[in-house]
Design a protein around this ligand. Structure first.
Ligand code: SDX
Length: 465
């Protein structure tokens, strides 16, 4: 192992020892045993406290600040595993043997190649789009290309589209003289290829999970390049998933340290219980829609600044504060305005987020050779102290995963508008693992709302209103 990456592993082992000293890792009894449905639970606004389903994929102990994937502690996985191995673990429930890991890596390498999808992506104004909107568009283009699931799967294919002015195309209705070109489809109507499964079962298969986990990273790379006015880059089969993500986003091969840090970040973000984006993905999957729509729903939910979008907001927040000396004044103003401080607080963690326990030392490690990261980190640590003293431990408002991740990503030269996209690249493993698991005993999600409106109102015709 490269000596610098060994130093990073040592950092994680130190963070592990501290976490184990400061927290005790015992499961919460009422949330870690099989339940007999229907299950009693007290539900607050935002489904707080609601039990959506049972799962073996991962567990978050919010009071203790403890996170496990399939029984393995996140600290051990960051110290010793890889994102590829962790994806296998989340999907299959056990660590892979060498041939199983190499088969997964081979599939990821194969599925990262999406030249057709990237070409289609380039026909959209990606450089003007929210990066998560572009990522979600990419999953739809993957779906179009890979699943032939649509009812009109034998319909025209986007890649056959040729742009032309609308006057040359017979239209059902008189063209409205739109300035923009209208697409014409050449060639014969496509027939469903032989062997492509009809119906919905195919895309929950393991191959589809691998396909979308690998493909989303390539689309993220293409989005980053197109946003910067460059052409997408094809992945390098000799690089890892993490290494390829950096390479496809930046056009630069990562150093061993950068690759290792990105790999740890991908492991840390891969799964996190029944968070909003995972729940969104599951709700879509529970209607027997398919994996591409489900992951698209997860991407849409993760985009929000209360959720995955917070990592980007943290950076803007630190830049807004500008210097450690401004923290007090900024914080007092934020409290007066009842602003949520990005990167703090959590619905489940009422203790230090274990992922922040790893990301903070990583930020320190990278800040040793990066002035901007060092400056941001100085502000972040003063703000962390300010929040802790102002809210106090009893309020349970601690740094969450998003608080230090932005400083780490910035030190890897990832632009802020790609931070949440990187989060989505990682979380695709957790989303797909959980939707595969849920679909084994599927039941469509359909909670109830309480009606507090009125009754027995008489209809008044317009002229009498
Ligand atoms: C992620 O669920 C997951 O697992 C998510 C995630 C994952 O891996 O999938 O961990 C990733 O989304 C992390 C969270 C990233 N979001 C942020 O950093 C945004 C800032 N955080 C807050 O918006 C908030 O803490 C949430 C959204 C994360 C949690 O919201 P809750 O559980 O609905 O809590 P709340 O908003 O009801 O707050 C409870 C109290 C309130 O005070 P009162 O109105 O009761 O007096 O705590 C206060 C809040 O004002 N509070 C905060 C705060 N977080 C909570 N006050 C200021 N700043 C904050 N960040």
């Amino acid at each position: 192992m490269h000596e610098d990456t060994q130093e990073i592993t040592d950092l994680i082992l130190e963070a592990t020892a501290l976490a184990r000293k400061e927290t005790s890792a015992e499961p919460e009894p009422d949330l870690t045993r099989a339940v007999r449905w229907p299950v009693e639970c007290t539900v607050g606004p935002g489904l707080e406290g609601a039990i959506a389903c049972e799962s073996k994929v991962g567990y978050v102990n919010g009071t203790k600040g403890w996170l496990i994937y399939r029984g393995y502690d996140i600290f051990d996985l960051c110290a010793h595993s890889s994102y590829e191995e962790t994806s296998y673990l989340l999907l299959k429930g056990k660590l892979p043997l060498p041939p199983q890991l190499s088969s997964l890596k081979h599939r990821f390498t194969e599925y990262r190649h999406l030249p057709d999808v990237k070409r289609l992506l380039m026909s959209f104004p990606v450089e003007k789009m929210n990066s998560m909107a572009a990522l979600r568009l990419g999953t739809n283009l993957m779906r179009q290309k890979q699943t032939y699931r649509d009812q009109n799967a034998s319909g025209p294919h986007l890649e056959d589209a040729t742009s032309t002015d609308e006057d040359s195309i017979p239209m059902e209705t008189q063209p409205r003289g739109e300035r923009s070109a209208v697409y014409e489809f050449r060639g014969k109507r496509h027939q469903r290829p032989k062997g492509v499964e009809r119906g919905l079962r195919g895309a929950e298969g393991l191959a589809s999970c691998y396909h979308i986990i690998a493909g989303v990273s390539s689309i993220a790379g293409a989005v980053a390049r197109l946003r910067e006015g460059h052409l997408p880059i094809e992945p390098d089969p000799n690089l890892s998933h993490a290494g390829n993500l950096i390479y496809m986003m930046s056009g630069r091969k990562p150093t061993p340290v950068e690759e290792r840090v990105m790999d740890i970040a991908l492991i840390l973000h891969a799964d996190h219980g029944m968070n909003a984006s995972t729940f969104a993905a599951l709700v879509v999957a529970s209607t027997l829609s398919d994996i591409y729509f489900s992951v698209g729903a997860g991407i849409a939910a993760l985009n929000g600044p209360l959720h995955g979008g917070a990592n980007e907001q943290v950076l803007y927040q630190l830049e807004e504060i500008g210097s450690p000396d401004n923290v007090d004044e900024w914080f007092d103003a934020a409290r007066r305005q009842k602003r949520k401080i990005a990167g703090f607080g959590h619905r489940v963690y009422k203790a230090y987020d274990p992922r922040a326990r790893i990301l903070k030392p990583l930020a320190h490690y990278l800040a040793r050779t990066n002035d901007r990261a060092r400056h941001l980190l100085e502000i972040a640590e003063v703000l962390e102290k300010k929040v802790a003293t102002s809210f106090g431990d009893e309020r349970g408002i601690f740094p969450n995963v998003d608080y230090y991740s932005g400083i780490v990503y910035g030190a890897l030269n990832i632009p802020p508008y790609m931070f949440t996209t990187v989060f989505a690249v990682s979380r695709t493993a957790g989303w797909t693992a959980r939707l595969r698991e849920y679909l084994r005993k599927n039941r469509i999600f359909r909670p109830r709302g309480v009606y507090t409106g009125t009754f027995d109102r008489e209809y008044t015709p317009m002229e009498d209103r």
